[in-house]
Design a protein around this ligand. Structure first.
Ligand SMILES: Cc1cc2nc3c(=O)[nH]c(=O)nc-3n(C[C@H](O)[C@H](O)[C@H](O)COP(=O)(O)OP(=O)(O)OC[C@H]3O[C@@H](n4cnc5c(N)ncnc54)[C@H](O)[C@@H]3O)c2cc1C
Length: 474
């Protein structure tokens, strides 16, 4: 008889673990709290407009990368969601002139240096660091070979220096406000500078595209792959407790030989076990963790904005909704089948620690009014910057850290693991003991989709080792 594996959570890490475990000869059941797969990586529809509330770029888009092979193995990327590559990647409006980051490093460097000759030297030095990352890729256990690590050596060499400083600090040597703002738009400036160099390098080397159909298509593809392999998913079903020998669901013990927990580990250590976990790593996680949060604002516009760039940096301060940012990025989904004919879905993410602010609003009964006020402020700026949108807003949606917490139970409503300087020490182990594994947010370094898929895969490799199964990729 096949051993039974229960997976807690049907986000990207849970689906990944499910697919590999099922293929490797286990009998797998996923419990997912929400009605759809994908966890925080998802899209939703309002009055005919589709909002992308997850992936904005996908590491592993480049077909020669190990991570790309993994996305294909788990069925996330198929013929139904070809990747497209925005170029320019970002355009800054309302500076002295339009300023852009292109897919071409030389062109970008040349144009930025021409725009701000005083920053030529600083830009050259930054682009040198970025170039060091041209062969860097997220290592995948069992796939990334010695030769790959040798090619990654220049990046590995400078990583400690970049890891120890924030992007804000790293870019502070750029004097021109427009150029600095454009560069800061690549990754939220509180994160460490390595993530900036890696991400920017990805734009220049054919990585970091966007799969058409976005997060939801990727997640549905993965869920479909899992079910076709023989696995089962129960949606709208939250696991209450993980115990020796299984999990409790609706007060009933569901027996399993092994359990893989893919819920945000910071939530799991306090809530999912009979007693909160007190291991050294769990105590460190409680003490040291700084969470990354964002507020999502999306609008449906009854106008075709296809002549505008796909990602526009608005150099306009935004102080509302518990955030205080000097600029923000607007994503333009014109002609991407995200909206009715001739219309456009427009979204923006506002990073910053806003959880307490929204929690207080929830408690004092002003939450809905504050969401409305934030949307109104956003629309005011949008109408000023893109006059075609004036009076054309058909639908509005705001998702706060409270939303992410309510749906996916991420700690303080965080939207991914943190990428801040000095964060290596706060991860949960992938193997806790024989029969209990962790994957997903806060179990692999860095944040986003790569650690989700890589840790889901790794948890199953460890599971296979413990139970004497051959890890089966396809
Ligand atoms: C707005 C936004 C933009 C993003 N942009 C990018 C990007 O451009 N690139 C990138 O790489 N990453 C991006 N990310 C981050 C990325 O989506 C996440 O890091 C990744 O999806 C996390 O996956 P996960 O499986 O580890 O966690 P989760 O998605 O949190 O999955 C955990 C799952 O467990 C479920 N669950 C929770 N509690 C229980 C329970 N008790 N019982 C059963 N199920 C439970 C949850 O509902 C959820 O489905 C973005 C995220 C957001 C929100």
């Amino acid at each position: 008889m096949k051993e039974k594996v229960i997976i807690v959570g049907g986000g990207i890490s849970g689906l990944t673990a499910g697919i590999y475990a099922q293929r490797s000869g286990f009998d797998v059941l996923i419990f997912e709290k929400c009605a759809t797969p994908g966890g925080v990586s998802t899209c939703w529809k309002r009055k005919g407009y589709m909002f992308e509330g997850g992936v904005h770029w996908l590491n592993g888009s480049g077909s020669d990368l190990d991570l790309h092979k993994v996305w294909r193995e788990v069925g996330a990327l198929q013929d139904n969601n070809p990747i497209y590559f925005k170029d320019p990647v970002y355009v800054l409006k309302n500076g002295k002139a339009d300023l852009a980051i292109y897919r071409d490093a030389e062109r970008t460097l040349k144009e930025l240096s021409a725009y701000s000759p005083q920053d030529r030297k600083a830009l050259r030095s930054i682009f040198r660091d970025v170039k060091m990352f041209r062969y860097f890729q997220s290592p995948v256990e069992g796939e990334t070979r010695i030769l790959d690590y040798i090619r990654m050596f220049p990046a590995i060499l400078i990583t400690p220096r970049l890891w120890m400083q924030s992007i804000k600090y790293y870019l502070s040597r750029i004097k021109d406000d427009d150029v600095r703002t454009l560069m800061e738009a690549v990754v939220a400036p509180v994160n460490n500078a390595m993530t900036f160099a890696y991400t920017l390098s990805g734009f220049f080397t054919g990585d970091s595209g966007y799969p058409s159909g976005g997060s939801l298509r990727m997640a549905l593809n993965m869920a479909d792959t899992f079910v076709k392999a023989g696995g089962q998913i129960r949606y709208n079903t939250a696991v209450e407790k993980v115990v020796d020998g299984g999990v409790y669901v609706n007060g009933e013990l569901m027996k399993a030989d092994a359990v893989i927990v893919t819920v945000d580990a910071r939530t799991a250590i306090d809530k999912l076990f009979e007693k909160p976990l007190q291991d050294g790593w769990a105590r460190r996680m409680r003490k040291l963790l700084v969470t990354s949060q964002t507020v999502f604002v999306g609008v449906g516009v009854e106008a075709d904005l296809n002549h505008y760039p796909k990602s526009i940096v608005f150099k306009v301060p935004f102080r509302d909704g518990g955030v205080d940012v000097p600029f923000f990025v607007v994503s333009n989904y014109a002609r991407d089948h995200y909206s009715p004919e001739g219309c456009t879905t427009v979204t923006a993410l506002f990073p910053g620690y806003s959880y307490d602010w929204w929690k207080a609003a929830k408690e004092d009964g002003t939450y809905e009014a504050k969401k409305e006020a934030m949307a109104k402020r956003f629309i005011g700026i949008l109408e000023e910057q893109i006059p075609e949108t004036k009076g054309k807003i058909a639908v509005v949606d705001v998702a706060t850290p409270i939303t992410y917490q309510r749906y996916c139970d991420t700690y303080e409503g965080s939207y991914m693991s943190d990428w801040m300087p000095f964060t290596l020490t706060t991860n949960a182990p992938n193997r806790y003991r024989r029969g209990l594994y962790f994957a997903g947010q806060r179990t692999a370094y860095s944040g986003g989709l790569p650690p989700a898929v890589i840790s889901g895969r790794l948890a199953v490799r460890l599971l296979c080792k413990d139970y004497g199964h051959k890890f089966t990729k396809e």
